[in-house]
Design a protein around this ligand. Sequence first.
Ligand code: BGC
Length: 739
Amino acid sequence: MKRSLLQLLTSLFFFGCVWNLSAAPDPEIEARVGKLLSKMTLEEKIGQLCQMNFEGRITDDLAKRIRNGEVGSFLNAGNLDAKNALQRIAVRESRLGIPLIYGRDVIHGYRTVFPIPIGQSCSWNPDLIEKASRVAATEAASDGIHWTFAPMVDIARDPRWGRIAEGCGEDPFLTSSLAAAMVRGFQGRRLSDADAVAACAKHYVGYGAAEGGRDYNTTWIPERLLRDVYLPSFHAAVDAGAATLMSAFNNLNGVPASGNAFTLRQVLRKELGFDGFVVSDWASIQEMINHGTCADEAEAAKKGLEGGVDMEMVTDCYRNHLANLVREGKIPESLVDESVKNVLRVKFRKGLFERPFTDAAKGKTLLAAGHLALAKQLATQGLVLLKNEKNALPLSPTGGKVAVIGPLADSPADQLGCWVMDGRPEDAVTPLAAIRSLLGKDNVLFAQGLRTSRDEDRSGFAEAVRAAESADAVILFLGEEAAITGEAKSRAFIGLPGRQEELAAEVEKTGKPVVLVVMAGRPLTFDAAAEPASSVLYAWHPGTMAGPAIADMLFGKAQPTGKLTVSFPRTVGQLPVYYNFMNTGRPVNPETWIVPSIFDQSKYIDVDYRPQYPFGFGLSYTTFRYDRLTLSSPEFGLDGSITVSATVTNTGKRAGEEIVQLYIRDLAASVTRPVKELKGFKRVSLDPGESRTVEFILKASDLAFWNDRMEFKAEPGRFHVWVAPNSAEGLKGEFSLTE
Ligand code: BGC
């Protein structure tokens, strides 16, 4: 894309960042794009903007379409033979030989399945997540996939929304860091490498703010909130070089996101300088008719293209109407050209013209030992210990018999989670299998209790109770089965489904120590089961290696280090609940909120205003003390920085790792600012008794936000700063930013 100097300066001014060099236009590629475009008919151009879902058979009709240059891309293009066969038609039999680009949802692994993204995010470990994405890309690329519809970088503050499973939680700073890591991992050293897949940051934008947590629902997001909270993760993905973006399903402030020139042309192209291509979500161009902004498919095609969506996924509005719209003068051909250039640019960058086919004999690395080891490591780091009374965990591997109970203890498909297109249950090691292999089969009693998480049949309870009674400790695996998480799986009640609470109560009545392991795609309200349990481990859906990761953790071969990336509500009535809220004019007083007669506080009279577990929270098998908060200076200027440090000491008896978090609050600004904002995090490993000083550098530009004039700037004034184990605690200091 050609950018004027003014645009470049504007972007630098707005974002205070160095321009993303990885996206700089390559003159050689631009020349090839231009040359190819000049040879294309209008129909061939439009073909590049059409993506089809492969239905499993190469019919004569389909072959003809490809031969005519009427298809630019497939999603789900079948096995490697099918992919190579389709590509052969495109490359060898079409007039210009333009290769197809194959997309697929490789969301959290390919054959080796990593934890669902929300689980990965709880590791707060960009390096490890980058490696996992690299593995996913390597496996997918070896099966002929060029492009993954990931990372999903939507901010989600509402666990009713099933797709909270697919993102990195509620925080823009953390999500940005992990989004960039995923993009780097998928795309590797060079996008043109055979083992790289093009990333697709989605769903642009605001999709996670669906009203009521109901999937596909309308979103109303004021521009400042959009820019402060929902856009930064896309910005980070673009800066990391994401080749493509996907436009979202939602109606954003009255204009569908898949026909939204403000977000796609103004923000994405002009301000962020994105020069890859934008694909619509599945049928989201056509769905503008349902939204009520387009009368028919022709208008949907017009508004989609004008809005800035380059490629239409699955539906045929572009295919059937763009040519006429151009011929009738309703849209200029130059607009089509622009989108075609975006698509071709990515195809050239991906090296598809040089290497359109994937060699079946080469590079099949599925489920390599190193991949499984990494899957176990990430699964381990994604586990979050929420409760551990009297250090009930870790259990001793020689502590007698264990009863493993619950519908998720031995459910390989469920532990893989949502959006698993290519992972297989038979590759998965379940917690039951792993615990049996750790303790020996004879030391493990197993009773499902319920067949699935939603099962209403109590007939298995008696056996579960018998198992508990005969054991020295119980490990109870409850949660959600994969099928009720992810896309279109919004829930109005987010408790443990089915009869699981009753099963927990029956088992807990035996008086045996109960360790509760929750496997779920969203934060659940599960206190009735958690309260009597001695320990609670929140596992999300940890993927292929869930079993070994969980077993090692429960029996002390691994240490819990995960921290929540989303606030857990006490009840759905609190939603949305998130840590970085605004203070209000009548903020709650933690000392007196409980007094019902005090009416001038922003609280509930029937439930604690705080979340059940706050953002950033997670326990360890050891304990950490934070002290000696030190600021390098009490103030600094707009071009300066400050070093904030604190000493963290391992005060327990085991070695451990702590994720130390940095938060700030801008106390008085031109617009209201959140009560806390994450600005940094660091992982420290400490032996028992060991202390370490953890340092963060906070630059003035880190304090910037979209001000009352919609400029991205830091404002002088007083700030609070915390070095903290989570968003609700920590050592607090103060500094000033001066003119
Ligand atoms: C989802 C996308 C996904 C696409 C293609 C849609 O329903 O919203 O996230 O990438 O399907 O499978």
